[in-house]
Design a protein around this ligand. Structure first.
Ligand code: CUA
Length: 351
């Protein structure tokens, strides 16, 4: 009985540490459903084989045990054509039963929707340690939170900016590598609105385990509204502090991060780091600090900007502040007041 807590912990781990929608066992779309049906089929076959073998094993142990008064070596038996044929044919049949749906779905799930006008074309680029999402026809780029319409096939063009990563959304299906220098196609579809958690599933460096993203499936109408908002972003409440923040951003951050420019009314900036367009609408800071309550966004931004290496070791962002002993030597030399202004400015980035 003492090992029951261990099983509880193991179950917990298998279901994805309790994070909702991070499990392949509760599919939320047709791809994940097909994959789960193959998982269940193999599982049932394996359990059946195990049960039959265990029953025969126990039967033989009991039936042919040494009885009182028995001496010497029992009668030796060698070779039985009938039995050998049976135990060759049964596994062969079982493998065929597993192989038919496996091969069928392997081809079906490998379908290329890159030329399908009804599919939403999204280019996914894996970076150490964040995800870039480019809606190819809509000309919208975002990061970390992938917004998709329900009921529509999403054709992913998977690429990498540095090393090999792997794109995986357990509840919707997966997974496929993103390789530098080539494009892998992968498609998914979400049946119902919801937030589905995604993970990088290929060891890619120090913060591989923190390379998370979210897939927000919304109704097609809401998706169109979101795209509209990404094309006409507005910055709320231009206070003295947000104006100072904008100045600091242009000076120190714009070389790597794209954002909406209130003067030119255009998205401007570098592509080295994640785009921060409508940043305050995202569910997390840096993909892992959740903005669950009002106020979380500013607190999380403070945590991040005060020491990015502490949150995501090995990331490429220069330290905004001077952090003594930090592995990232490059520093933007901002003071606390400037960080606060940046936080106010970024927290206002929403449509
Ligand atoms: Cu990217 Cu692991």
């Amino acid at each position: 009985w003492r090992i029951i807590p261990l099983f509880a912990v193991l179950t917990f781990m298998l279901t994805g540490c309790g994070l909702e929608n991070l499990t392949a066992l509760d599919p939320k779309g047709p791809v994940a459903e097909k994959q789960l049906s193959v998982i269940y089929l193999s599982l049932i076959v394996m359990i059946a084989v195990f049960a039959v073998v265990a029953i025969i094993y126990v039967y033989v142990l009991v039936r042919f045990r040494k009885r009182p008064g028995q001496t010497g070596v029992p009668k030796q038996v060698e070779g039985n054509h009938k039995l050998e044929i049976i135990w060759t044919v049964i596994p062969f049949l079982l493998l065929i039963v597993i192989a038919i749906p496996t091969v069928k779905y392997t081809f079906e799930l490998d379908k290329d929707y890159s030329k399908d006008p009804n599919a939403l074309q999204v280019k996914v680029t894996g970076h150490q340690f964040w995800w870039e999402f480019e809606y190819m026809n809509e000309k919208v780029t975002t990061a970390q939170d992938l917004v998709i319409p329900t009921g529509r096939t999403i054709a992913f063009h998977l690429e990498s900016a540095d090393v090999i990563h792997s794109f995986w959304v357990p509840a919707l299906g997966g997974k496929k590598d993103t390789n530098p220098g080539m494009t892998n196609m992968h498609y998914l579809k979400a049946d119902k609105p919801g937030t589905y958690y995604g993970k990088c599933a290929e060891l890619c460096g120090q913060s591989h385990a923190l390379m998370d993203f979210k897939v927000k499936a919304v109704s097609p109408e809401e998706f169109d509204r979101w795209v509209g908002g990404m094309k006409t972003p507005t910055v709320v409440a231009a206070s003295a502090q947000t104006q100072e923040g904008e100045k600091i951003f242009k000076d120190k951050c714009l070389a790597c991060h794209a954002i909406y420019n209130t003067q030119s009314k255009q998205v401007e900036g570098g592509k080295v780091g994640p785009s921060l367009l409508n940043y305050a609408d995202r569910s997390t800071v840096a993909g892992i600090l959740f903005n669950r309550d009002p106020g979380d966004l500013k607190n999380n931004l403070q945590t991040w900007l005060n020491d990015p290496q502490k949150v995501k070791p090995g990331n490429l962002m220069p330290n905004p502040k001077n952090v003594p002993g930090s592995k990232m030597e490059q520093s933007l030399d901002l003071n606390d007041q400037q960080i606060n202004a940046l936080v106010e400015y970024l927290a206002g980035q929403k449509h």
